[in-house]
Design a protein around this ligand. Sequence first.
Ligand code: FE2
Length: 677
Amino acid sequence: MNMKGTAMVIYTVKTYTGNRLLAGTTSLIYIQLRGTEDWSEEQNLNCIHGFWQGSEQEFKIDCEATLGELTSVKLYSKPFMGLYDQWFCDKITINTPEGLEILFPCYCWLDSNETLFLRPAKASLVFQDTNPMTKDGQKQRTRELVEQQKLFRWRVYAEGTPQVIDYDTATTLPPEVQFSFTKEAEFIFSAAKQLACLKLTGLADCRKSWESIRDLEKILCENRSTIIEYCEEHWDEDEFFGYQFLNGLNPMMIQRCSTLPEKFPVTDDMVRDSLRGSSLQQEMEKGNIFLSDYKMLDGLVGNVVNDRQQYLTAPLVLLYCSPYGRMLPIAIQLRQQPSKDNPIFLPTDSKVDWKLAKIFVRNAEFAVHEIDFHLLRTHLLAEVFTVATLRNLPSPHPLHKLLFPHIRYTLQINIMARNQLISMDGTLSKYAGVGGESLGKLLKRATASLTYSALCLPDNISERGLETVPHYYYRDDGRKLWDIINKFVAGLLSHYYQHDAHVQKDTELQCWISEIFTNGFLGRDSSGIPSSFQTLQELIKFVTMVIFTASAQHAAVNNGQYEFGGWMPNYPTALRKPPPMEKGQTTENMILETLPDVSTTVNGMAVLALLSKDAADHYPLGHFPENLYDEEVPCKLTEDFQKDLKKLSHFIEKRNKKLELPYTYLNPKNVDNSVAI
Ligand code: FE2
């Protein structure tokens, strides 16, 4: 019995300590429950054995009367016997005397002598936040954002490219985005380590040319996979060359060609054999002619690799979709401006001439794929979305909850890539033809030409005129995945935003998109990226794009890097000779002298192997390690999302059984939630 003679009420508190290294603590943890009617006494959660990693512990808190609706939990930590020890708390649940179970997500570190205020999982928009804990829930949101904006600041990485997070090393990032990242993870993110794993360290400094293509087989040894072997066997075939425009590492370059560009004067005589007697005009009218134009590389000067000048070129490739549904190259011009010393290479030329022309195209592919489609359009954009989310959306915001799984590990991987791969002395800068100065220039050009529609798969496919081309599995699987993500996002956002007016008056959301527009897309209206949202539909589309980019699109351009690039001639990182200026001069030996030397080959393989590894801390799309919602609607939507993804996985696996080369990159099982490698 208490002083007033009324019955005590009991709150049951469960704590969940994170299952990660050093998550447990010996510190003294104090708790106070705060409700609309009253606050509990501050109580030491007397945990004799400490809160150990992965543990769940239960405590009773007695109160004289009900506290009303629980609005927050205050947690603070004191050192035990002078020993400072952090605690990583995943979440707290509280069973109230009224029979409710309320979830308080935490998922961050609590340092000794530090205080945290946790809020119930129920999401709210800023103008709906009536949390009376501070008499004004909005103030609490503002305070949270002020702190977040001190911790997560923008930094100009290079003029004319998206801004990045203002941290120099991955291990110094604030605890709330550390996840399970460790110093060890930073240590093993190195091409040199990967070189050792591939058992190629001994060749790292050998600057000789390969004596024959077949010698490359020897270095594959145990570093093989079905797809590498397929590349090894078929890399020189036109059908595989054409296939990769649709389903290779970079399914983004090819577009339908309805008028031949003036700079690429292919004549009917040149391609009559390839078109089985038909004319270019006829085939263009039927929609069977396609173009891949690397104009973005025009004028870029190649890097110096192993003390030797490398050569970059900006080719044009004309392709024909044959009656059997195969995409075949029919003409290649290696430089942008037509001239006598810039011949148009054809499949009817000598085998070596044609082979060398295709090698220059594959090298151009390396440059645009890695710098534009992989680095810029997935890694750097995911970082923009991450920083904008951390700075502008407080933890109760439904979009914060929705995006949190999709920002996991992105800051770490990007900081490490900047430090170890693309910095001036990074491995990519040392061994890629597009390294160093040209890398910066290309990134700037790519940023300047980036558009919103190019990032939205359905728009991108129709802009490139690829709606009906057969055997385009990136498009087929990508569309389905886009629709599944879109359905989930639409369900979730329309639960919180009942009408457009809610979108318009969500000041936090408007700041979020405004920073993305300004700091990510450099305020460029011509990008088509919105700078504010007026309607719910606009918001749904944009958020679908954000999640698709960080998950599916990254998987499509990332996961096959070693599989398609491990066989060097299929994806040469640098070329040692300029493109040929006349036909009939190429020899097999000249091809070997053009391809990367031994050192460049193995270092390139090491980078590609590193970038294709499973991320250290990854979760497949739709599997959310953090329990951020406890409301019925988002939980049900998440369940449906997972079911839809599973169905798509089955469909893709069944389809793949019938394919000579299965397309696996957009199988949801192989897609991570976030850019994490
Ligand atoms: Fe990546």
